[in-house]
Design a protein around this ligand. Sequence first.
Ligand SMILES: Cc1ncc(COP(=O)(O)O)c(C=O)c1O
Length: 421
Amino acid sequence: MGPLSSFDPEIYEAIVAEFHRQQDELELIASENYVSVAVLQAMGTVLTNKYAEGLPGKRYYGGCVHVDVVERIARDRAKQLFGCDGANVQPHSGAQANAAVYLAVCKAGDTVLGQDLSHGGHLSHGSPVNSSGRLYRAVHYPVDVATGRLDMNVVREIALRERPRLILCGASAYARVIDFAAFSEIAREVGAVLCADIAHIAGLVVGGVHPSPVTHCDFVTTTTHKTLRGPRGGLIMASRDWANAMNKAVFPGIQGGPLEHVIAAKAVAFKEALSPDFAVYARQVVTNAQAMASRLIERGLTLVSGGTDNHLMLIDLGEACTGQDAEDALGRAGITVNKNTVPGERRSPNVTSGVRVGTAAMTTRGLGVAEAVQVADWIADAIAARDDADRLAAVRREVMELCARFPVYPSDLMSAGGAAG
Ligand SMILES: Cc1ncc(COP(=O)(O)O)c(C=O)c1O
């Protein structure tokens, strides 16, 4: 990063510091991952200079011949990966992808039904502080507080009562398999359009370790940067009937020019996800999560729904400790997680009673079951010793030793001129 390091040392140094944070600490935020060097390289390119409003072959700007190649490849790979009829690779993020689906399907004031935010749903599924909850009439289904699982009879009752135009399934903090076929039956029964937001589990879906929603849904939205392990961004898939409406909703509906450098990086990530190695990765993510969950339970911690089927688990800390205190203690031990509400939450969303833990990133750096069990022990130790600075420092030293054995990136990635060098 020669010119950047001398032209803008403040920014350069912050980037280098973040590189070392990622190398030296254990990332257990369930929505994060580490992209490959090839994905980094695609992002740091001259494609960022190009305006390309419209779609490949139908642009509002000249000079799109090469970005058309890139975007067509990205779109074709997305279709191949998920087996969908239509794909739009332009959404800048997962929330943008969802906003485009609302715009494609609903008029302002229409009813949309999604999973409750405090029960694992996402802000963009109708929270009152999000455009989805301000522009549309949002109603929500809960998880069963006793089991921590969705009860499809309850979802059906609410759908029959509320008659939504659009039903969203998919979540940010739900550890169990989502029954897309059951959602599809309910949507058909009440005459709703169905969208699955698989932002979290997309990598597991393409890796064959979670059922695919594609044949059951009118739309599927996802982020590209979580278990799918691509650049930060969004993707929408649609059935043949909805493909046109999808494209118009993205542009000119909610966005201007697409980020073609990010679309190039999405294409690279899709190529990676199409390889047999990715299925091995996805399986290992779930195996690691289940090993970690079992160990946490052995160590006396409570997990919402009693375990996990996917890449994440939600620890319910009960009365003794808050999510904020656990997040802070784990942070001091070199383990990054996020506090999270639990079903039936009694504390504020700024404090919470839970932490969410995920294995997508640690699996990318090569950690397996033995390490997952060790990490679970450190989590249990750090939460128990949350007021003991010496014990937390001792865990941090062990975490750093493990991280040094499993580097995310070559150590000279920054000094070699950056990934795009
Ligand atoms: C289920 C779900 N949908 C959408 C999003 C939003 O994605 P982004 O942050 O890229 O807008 C998230 C992000 O956490 C998510 O978990």
